[in-house]
Design a protein around this ligand. Structure first.
Ligand code: FAD
Length: 372
């Protein structure tokens, strides 16, 4: 871990500051058009920024109190896949609205019998003229009910081997034949959905990449999903950090119980280790090296760390922690986080599947028989 951010008068810092001075309250569209949403993307959507430039932009936007548009699946997963394999028309049509969060995206990958073993998917698409006719069912579609588009993978060659014969589509969520049914989570929120397809007609122009080559693109999407889910915070970056919890305990007078102190110390150690792994990954990228196994290891550790942090927060609330929120039904971050943290080791590839990947790719152990 050996890098320092450039000094205060670095021209790249000054450029961001002068943009903020001209746009003190930018709209999402203005932030998207500045290239600051995903600075390492190529122009006109990004600035081809190297890792140091990205860190400078992060720093300066934070100092200027500017929040980037929020569209996790669109910006984090659909966008990079369209950039990688989309046609020029697809890039022109979808990327700016997605970066500005004017159009929200969801991911139509998992099925009732195809989660970890995603290539077992059975939703099928059959070409009819210049449209694909889709039939089947997806599940766990986060934000499906508020999305304008979904990235969809469907089987287009039933005769081909399992990982072949899958095609990657951009699916408008308002097409006739799409039915979205809510799944209410144990947090009480509705974020997930089941999505049913009955003779849904998707234009052939919405295929991303080549027909029957969707599995290689799904791996691009999942690669971005795992990196993004392993960054920042204890709830995939959505919630507070372990350090926030430790600050709160300190602010409330500390803690005398030796067992709880031990758990707090363990949590501090985990959080510090995760930070160091993150810095090592950034440092490797800055030096032009490919990140090593630490990026994959980080996803496993970070998700379990999130569960430890939230369980400790809940225990620290004592008897009050047994109640879910107050009499009006309001909940605090820690109540919500405790319940949501269970999902961390499932979404984006379960902890067991991540360990299989590490075993095979890092330790060189024999392949998981199921994945063949
Ligand atoms: C918060 C959250 C958001 C999500 N959002 C989306 C979304 O937007 N779009 C979408 O398509 N999906 C989404 N998912 C679904 C997610 O990708 C799947 O839940 C995940 O891939 C696991 O699949 P599954 O639930 O079918 O479990 P299964 O694959 O049935 O696994 C069940 C259990 O068996 C274990 N297991 C399975 N295979 C192996 C193996 N080979 N070796 C060892 N153990 C194994 C698993 O680790 C797990 O413990 C989301 C999930 C969560 C939790």
């Amino acid at each position: 871990m050996d890098f320092e951010l450039p000094p205060d008068d670095d021209p790249r810092r000054l450029a961001v500051r002068s943009w903020i001075a001209e746009n003190p309250k930018p709209t999402n569209r203005q932030i998207a058009e500045s290239g600051y949403v995903v600075p390492h993307w190529p122009a006109p959507w990004g600035l081809d920024a190297d890792p140091i430039h990205q860190l400078i932009i992060d720093d300066e936007l934070k100092a200027g109190g500017i929040r980037r548009p929020s569209n996790q699946i669109g910006i984090g997963w659909a966008g990079p896949t369209i950039l990688h394999a989309g046609t020029q028309e697809q890039k022109d049509r979808y990327l700016f609205p997605l970066l500005a969060a004017e159009e929200i995206w969801c991911q139509l990958f998992s099925e009732p019998e195809a989660g970890s073993d995603l290539a077992a998917l059975r939703t099928k698409a059959v070409l009819d003229g210049d449209e694909w006719v889709v039939n089947g069912q997806k599940i766990w579609t986060s934000m499906g009910h508020i999305s304008q588009f979904g990235i969809l993978i469907a089987r287009t060659d039933p005769e081909a081997a399992k990982h072949n014969g899958i095609t990657y589509f951009i699916c408008p969520m308002d097409l006739p034949g799409i039915e979205i049914r809510p799944i209410v989570e144990m947090t009480g929120d509705h974020n997930f959905n089941e999505v049913f397809f009955t003779d849904v007609r998707i234009p052939a122009a919405n295929v991303v990449g080549e027909v029957n080559n969707g599995w290689s693109l799904a791996k691009v999407t999942l690669g971005n999903e795992r990196v993004s889910l392993s960054s920042g915070g204890v709830l995939w970056g959505l919630g507070p950090t372990a350090f926030d919890l430790l600050d709160k305990v300190r602010a409330e007078g500390g803690c005398d119980d030796p067992l709880v102190r031990q758990r707090l110390a363990e949590l501090h150690t985990e959080a510090t280790l995760l930070d160091l792994i993150r810095f090592r990954t950034i440092s490797a990228r800055i030096k032009g090296e490919q990140p090593g196994p630490e990026a994959s290891i980080r996803k496993i550790l970070a998700d379990e760390h999130g569960q430890h942090a939230m369980a400790l927060a809940k225990d620290l609330k004592g008897a009050e922690g047994m109640l879910f929120g107050d009499m009006t039904g309001a909940r605090d971050t820690w109540d919500f986080g405790y319940l949501f943290s269970i999902a961390l080791t499932i979404g984006g590839g379960t902890g067991e599947v991540q360990r299989n990947i590490l075993g095979e790719r890092v330790l060189g152990l024999p392949a998981d028989p199921v994945s063949k």
